[in-house]
Design a protein around this ligand. Structure first.
Ligand SMILES: [Zn+2]
Length: 375
């Protein structure tokens, strides 16, 4: 098994602003923890420095008109009708180098795609990727360019069948929309239900249209869902659908904002549940393009994506965090001492209604979607 880790410190040149929840430093912290564990020194691992995508790569999904607006916004100034394209103070701020940042993130996703399609290896991880909310001509939810969609489009251009699994706390609305009417991409999104969380979509009855009917799958979880119900629903739905679809490549968005101590969301997943899901995905993916995603507790991000990278490489990590990382983390006010920490999440036994709700959702998916999905 050969794997690639794609990263550059150049990410740190960009900043969404002092009060924005998406802090680019989380990527550096993740990289440092992975390195401190020695997980880039394995003989099967290739480290690939990120290169920017080209502007024409973005046009595989985004409109030229929107790209022109992003070029103006790249100067860091609010100009013209930028707000009509989702840009401006708030979720999608205009900051210097905004387009350059997006080109780096997307470039890394395309490098991950090329690594697996060129037969160099089986798994590639771009921790900066997974910006799943961006629409064709609109920034949304901290995302300017939809790198998962652009990566999947490149896989399709190579004739690959793609299953996309998104475990971020937020619905993968941009990716779902891009492939809503095709059966060449199976999208499965597990997320906090739209009643309580942005973007407000992703209900189980969104199953695709036309040729794509049955190929968009949504598991909307009630607030405070914990590992037990989450893993149960995952197991009931995801393996059977992926096995029926028989993808050549699985693309995943591995957001960690599902964790009980994430400041933006209300799910109660622990790093132990997250690790189990990652192991299950590995077993389902003949080739795997892994992307990052949300995660606004930066200690969680570093720990969970390090664990994810260990799973990808078949390594069991000890819980004791490396000394060099502890020093760096302490400087950032992080007190965590163990990789898997001591989860303080609520138990599903305290939320019996959640189990009943997910039994209803799973039943619906089995009736509406299972008979349609096939190779
Ligand atoms: Zn998210």
């Amino acid at each position: 098994m050969k794997t690639a880790f794609i990263y550059t410190d150049a990410y740190l040149d960009y900043d969404y602003g002092p009060t924005h929840p998406l802090r680019v430093i989380r990527l550096k912290l993740t990289y440092d923890l992975i390195k401190a564990y020695g997980l880039l020194d394995l003989p099967s691992v290739q480290f690939i420095p990120t290169h920017k995508a080209e502007e024409k790569d973005l046009l595989a999904f985004h409109s030229q008109e929107y790209l022109n607006i992003l070029k103006q916004a790249n100067e860091g100034r609010l100009t013209g009708d930028a707000y009509l394209y989702g840009l401006g103070p708030g979720d999608n701020p205009i900051f210097p180098g905004l387009l350059d940042w997006s080109l780096l993130v997307t470039g890394a996703t395309l490098q991950a795609v090329d690594f697996v399609t060129e037969g160099k290896g089986e798994i590639a991880f771009n921790i900066a990727g997974g910006l799943h909310h961006a629409m064709r001509a609109r920034a949304s939810g901290f995302c300017y360019i939809n790198d998962p969609v652009i990566g999947i489009m490149r896989l399709l251009s190579h004739g690959k069948r793609v299953a996309y699994i998104d475990i971020d706390a937020h619905h993968a609305d941009g990716v779902q929309k891009a492939f809503y009417e095709t059966d060449r991409v199976l999208t499965i999104s597990l997320h906090e239900a739209g009643y309580t969380l942005f973007p407000g979509t992703g209900f189980e009855n969104e199953i695709g249209e036309g040729e794509g009917e049955g190929y968009s799958v949504n598991l909307p979880f009630p607030s405070y869902t914990g590992d037990e119900v989450y893993l149960w629903a995952f197991e009931e739905v995801v393996p059977e659908l992926v096995q029926a679809f028989k993808p050549d490549v699985v693309v995943t968005q591995l957001g960690v904002d599902t964790f009980y101590d994430d400041p933006l969301t209300n799910l109660h997943i622990t790093i132990l549940g997250y690790e189990k899901v990652l192991k299950r995905i590995k077993g389902l993916a003949p080739r795997w393009v892994a992307l990052g995603g949300g995660g606004y507790n930066i200690s969680n991000v570093a720990q969970a994506w390090t664990l994810a990278w260990a799973v990808m490489n078949g390594i069991e990590l000890k819980d004791e965090l490396p000394e060099s990382f502890l020093k760096e983390a302490a400087r950032m006010g992080i007190e965590e001492r163990e990789l898997r920490g001591r989860p303080k999440a609520r138990l599903d036994s305290q939320n019996k209604d959640n189990r009943a709700e997910m039994e209803r959702v799973v039943h619906y998916i089995k009736e509406a979607v299972f008979p349609k999905v096939k190779r």
